[in-house]
Ligand binder design. Structure first.
Ligand code: ADP
Ligand code: MG
Ligand code: MG
Length: 252
């Protein structure tokens, strides 16, 4: 479903991704782990098409198409979703309006009918309840004054409504208390589907106790230096990154 080959990218002339290769099949959940500053968020931004990130080499194929040739809104319409590490506040735009606009933009670009007001409200209520978020928060400005955990749960509500083909979740687990971690993990597990691929970017093994990944990859020095099963995350938790860095010829 997603094939990244030899991808290199820079920001402000600084190389961040340097020959990254990774494939994710339909129905699979892959965890991306790596030390701070290793380029995990950069990878998510490059896949989503954020401005300022210059691709200097390699290719990304998503559902048979050249993802890098698509504009950000085309990627979203094709089903790419990015749950941000630091969700953005949008003062003056209600969460409900934002979600409805996003959903209908996606539907129109696919030639589908827009959701009626009633359909949308029903889906929004279910999504909010699933994430244990008070529906009153759906009427407030997007993320404004939300706690860290509420912002992360709000990202998951967006994901549930948009039902992406490729879900990229950037440290959705950071800043969550144990109860919220459970709610968010359940949400990710509910979204597992044979026609969806998920990239779970995380610092910590604890999310992976709840969401069992098919594969775990270590991103260091701008590329994937090690891949394995869930046991790799446990090994990292126990040993840190130093050993893998040394093997890959990198200073950690
Ligand atoms: P991670 O998510 O793995 O912690 P990031 O992708 O956020 O890492 O950052 C990777 C590297 O890119 C870091 O060294 C960071 O300082 C650098 N970086 C990120 N954004 C910018 C920017 N706008 N200008 C210059 N360097 C940046
Ligand atoms: Mg970081
Ligand atoms: Mg990051």
């Amino acid at each position: 479903m997603l094939t990244i080959e030899n991808l290199s990218a820079e920001i402000d002339g600084k190389t961040i991704l340097n020959g990254l290769t990774l494939s994710v099949g339909a129905g699979e959940v892959h965890a991306i782990m790596g030390p701070n500053g290793s380029g995990k968020s950069t990878l998510s931004y490059v896949l989503a098409g954020r401005a300022g990130y210059e691709v200097t080499g390699g290719s990304v194929t998503f559902m048979g198409k050249d993802l890098l040739a698509m504009a950000p809104h085309e990627r979203a319409a094709a089903g790419v979703f990015l749950g941000l590490q630091y969700p953005v506040e949008i003062p003056g735009v209600s969460n409900l309006l934002f979600l409805r606009t996003a959903l209908n933009a996606q539907r129109s670009s696919r030639g589908e009918a827009e959701a009626t007001g009633a359909e949308f409200m029903k889906a929004a209520k279910v999504a909010a309840a699933d994430m244990n978020l008070d529906f009153e928060m759906m009427k407030r400005s997007v993320n404004q004054g939300f706690s860290g955990g509420e912002k992360k749960r709000n990202e998951m509500i967006q994901m549930a409504l948009l039902a992406p083909k490729l879900a990229i979740l950037d440290e959705t687990d950071s800043g969550l208390d144990i109860d919220a971690l459970r709610v968010v993990s359940d949400g990710i597990n509910r979204m597992r589907s044979p026609d969806r691929a998920t990239l779970l970017i995380t610092h910590y093994q604890r999310l992976l106790d709840h969401v069992q990944p098919d594969r775990v990859h270590v991103l260091m020095g701008g590329r994937i230096v090690r891949s394995g099963g869930p046991e790799l995350a446990l090994q990292l938790e126990a040993e840190g990154y130093a050993g893998i860095a040394a093997e890959a010829g990198l200073s950690n």
